[in-house]
Design a protein around this ligand. Sequence first.
Ligand code: COA
Length: 332
Amino acid sequence: MAKEIYVKKARIIGTGSYLPEKVLNNFDLEKMVDTTNDWILARTGIEERRIAADNESTSDLATKAAQRALEMAGVTPEEIDLIVMGTITGDYPWPATACIVQNNLGAKNAYAYDLSAACSGFVYALSSASDFLLAGRGKKALVIGAETLSRIVDWTDRNTCVLFGDGAGAVVLEAQEGESGILSCHMHSDGSYLDLLYQPGFGSKNPVSVQGIEDRSSFLKMQGNEVFKVAVRSLTEVSHEALKANDIKVKDLSLFIPHQANRRILEATAKRLKLQDEQCYINVNKYGNTSGATIPVAMDEAYRQGLLKEGGLVLLSAFGGGFTWGSVLLRW
Ligand code: COA
């Protein structure tokens, strides 16, 4: 019998996540800004979000998620050759938080760097790590999405503060021969949308200033309505792009795991893609938008719930500030 020849693919062999203990629900927010539980639920589908403790930073969340992914994969920290971390809320402006995580884990053989693509950070990181492994620049990689958005949100702005939360997710990636693994990555950017979603302060354009903190101009800014429209369009287009490139029908997808920004965005996207409810993983109600962490956290939950079965087709699609958007299609 002819031996099947498989092309090497980067395959996820372990997942992990970590959410801080502190829960901030919509009723807590009612006491902080002029909002209501009903408004937040109706417009976003978010019920509660997690907030990092004062002594917790992004590297702490990322380290715990990574340890859980390594444990599931049965891989030691020393076996990791590469750590790529999608984050926009690193511990410091520099160096890379991935280096702090590398040290925390004892992954002394890994080179480590951060990648800034906002809410698309994890799919961008997954795509980069996959390419590096297939190029022979290592055998095993840790890919992390971790954020403490609570540190850059304006807690007096009801337009934004109700949407975001903190969390981290991670996967261990290994180049393997076989049917399972990443089938395609499609990444996009459009810098002309800068003003719709960004953090104006604390960078080289508007350095740290007392004024920027007092008048809140340094914190996260967003034009929600406009972001909403582009998000639905981009998530739909990039998902179609992945399916078409792999000659796969929507009905063949086992699970669609989109960036969890807002239930209405997810439902509008799922409707346009003609996905069935059971094909779409949604957990934004529990954690809000944790930016680069939403997809790996959702993937870890789905896997541990038995929703990801070997051979199943899984589509990850993300959208975020930059604007950036992208998809990763994989066979589990
Ligand atoms: N509580 C009560 N009212 C609020 C509010 C809150 N938390 N936030 C905004 N409002 C008010 C606005 O001030 C506005 O009042 P006005 O009409 O008196 O000016 C009204 O609600 C409607 O605002 P609008 O922005 O039109 O609401 P919306 O239906 O677009 O919902 C978002 C707002 C932010 C929920 C929605 O636009 C959204 O989800 N956008 C995408 C955000 C996102 O996901 N960003 C990250 C992408 S990675």
